[in-house]
Design a protein around this ligand. Structure first.
Ligand SMILES: C[S@@+](CC[C@H](N)C(=O)[O-])C[C@H]1O[C@@H](n2cnc3c(N)ncnc32)[C@H](O)[C@@H]1O
Length: 416
């Protein structure tokens, strides 16, 4: 086993893809706290952080200690408290509760030790460490979150399984049905799954938590080798997971293995496009750490190309990828918009909802392209009162509406 914690032993060495995962989690939490606390009037921010597969809390990278996911959650909540209160007249109380679950007693014992060493009170009501199966603990955790936050129900669940079959998708569906504002980050050992499927001819019992159909399994087995297998895994599992869990938005990317060849699929699920935008911005921030198969514009999931999955371009959030994505969007967005706007103008907010899952673009990228098209007189922007805004406007509001240009339909009524 590559990592195992025991309170009497030194922490295990960290693997490169785990380091990348921890960096993204940290950056995501930081952006999450900042994004949700822009209102200076807010006095309290409640958030429940659940690490369902918590591990022992610490790794070694050479001689240096690296915080595991439970510590990353605690550290980011504490830092948010300092950072967000720096320039506030009215103090903001960051009120977080943490649930750390692991099925191995040695792991939770190690975690408790690490928490105590860092001055955390493990027995207080703020940090709950449970030795047990996540599937057995979830009921109590959901009830506790609902009790603490009956209205907002704001929670982040990290389900960082080892392998691919420890998280029942039905459990994720329960999270979203009981806590619609929740977000779930789920990992899969993508290559291990593809290899495993290739070895067995029968429907493997081990993948039953993924609720795949016979034909989906067949597809995966057919294309299991190399990038093709991972590309197919992405295609087969992505839509399936959204449907099976009730999540509406996702960012489905692989952590690119540098030294090791084992790819880790890192999936963020939510019911809110803004949550998805915060996560996709992290992927752009850590260029070349994440990858997926296919282009970044609306062809991102143009899976027809999968007839020959090995020939798919590899998208890695690099500078070249960004340029190609923007060029692709500039070409494909007009025809999409013409179809959508033929009946009536559509708000920027609605467009974001519609396009979120179809491209690697951030909201800001979509805005950039729309503004360019407006300057090129392909579309008009209307304010909420229906007045045409200047073609030289620099920023779009989510309530602005995109419309077909009036000159196009009724040149004689042109407002220019
Ligand atoms: C990948 S490790 C977690 C690493 C940790 N998230 C980090 O990066 O700091 C997965 C952990 O899940 C635990 N585990 C496996 N199945 C579980 C289950 N059904 N419920 C709770 N914990 C489980 C394992 O004992 C292991 O410690």
């Amino acid at each position: 086993m590559p990592f195992e914690w025991h309170p009497d032993d030194p922490p295990p060495s960290i693997e490169p893809h785990s380091l990348a995962k921890l960096r993204v989690l940290r950056s995501y939490l930081r952006a999450y706290f900042d994004r949700l606390n822009v209102r200076p009037q807010r006095e309290e921010f409640r958030l429940d952080l659940v690490d369902g597969f918590a591990g022992g809390g610490l790794f070694l990278d050479g001689a240096a200690e690296v915080s595991g996911t439970p510590l990353v959650m605690l550290e980011e909540a504490d830092q948010a408290n300092v950072r967000l209160n720096m320039n506030r007249r009215k103090q903001l109380h960051i009120n977080c509760k943490f649930y750390f679950v692991d099925k191995e007693r040695a792991h939770t014992d190690h975690l408790r030790k690490v928490l105590r060493e860092r001055g955390h009170d493990v027995e207080d009501n703020r940090i709950i460490v449970r030795n047990g199966l996540f599937e057995s603990e979830i009921e109590g955790i959901l009830a506790s979150v609902r009790q603490r936050q009956p209205r907002a129900g704001r929670a982040i669940f990290l389900l960082d399984q080892k392998g691919f079959s420890q998280v029942e998708l039905a459990l994720v569906a329960r999270i979203f049905s009981e806590l619609p504002a929740a977000e779930v980050i789920l990992t899969f050992a993508a290559d291990a799954l593809v290899n495993f499927l290739g070895q067995s001819l029968e429907t493997p019992q081990m993948v039953s938590p993924l609720q795949l159909t016979e034909s989906q399994l067949h597809d995966l087995v057919q294309h299991r080798d190399g990038n093709g297998g991972r590309a197919l895994l992405q295609r087969t599992l992505r839509g399936h997971i959204r449907t099976a869990t009730g999540a509406i938005y996702d960012t489905p990317f692989f952590i690119r293995p540098r030294q090791s060849r084992r790819a880790l699929w890192f999936l963020h699920l939510s019911k809110h496009p803004t949550a998805r935008d915060v996560m996709i911005q992290r992927h752009w921030e850590f260029q070349n750490t994440f990858q997926h198969y296919g282009p970044g514009d609306f062809g991102m999931l143009g899976w027809d190309a999968l007839k020959d999955p090995n020939a798919l371009p590899l998208f890695q959030f690099g500078e070249l990828d960004e340029q190609q994505m923007l060029t692709g969007l500039l070409e494909s967005l007009p025809s999409k918009l013409f179809g959508l706007l033929s009946e009536h103008p559509v708000t920027i907010d609605a467009l974001r909802h519609m396009f979120a899952n179809q491209t690697a673009a951030r909201f800001s990228d979509l805005d950039l392209i729309i503004l360019k098209l407006v300057r090129e007189r392909e579309f008009d922007i209307l304010n909420p009162e229906g007045k045409v805004r200047s073609r030289s406007l620099q920023r779009l509001a989510s309530t602005d509406r995109v419309a077909l240009p009036s000159t196009l339909l009724f040149p004689e009524l042109s407002r220019r």
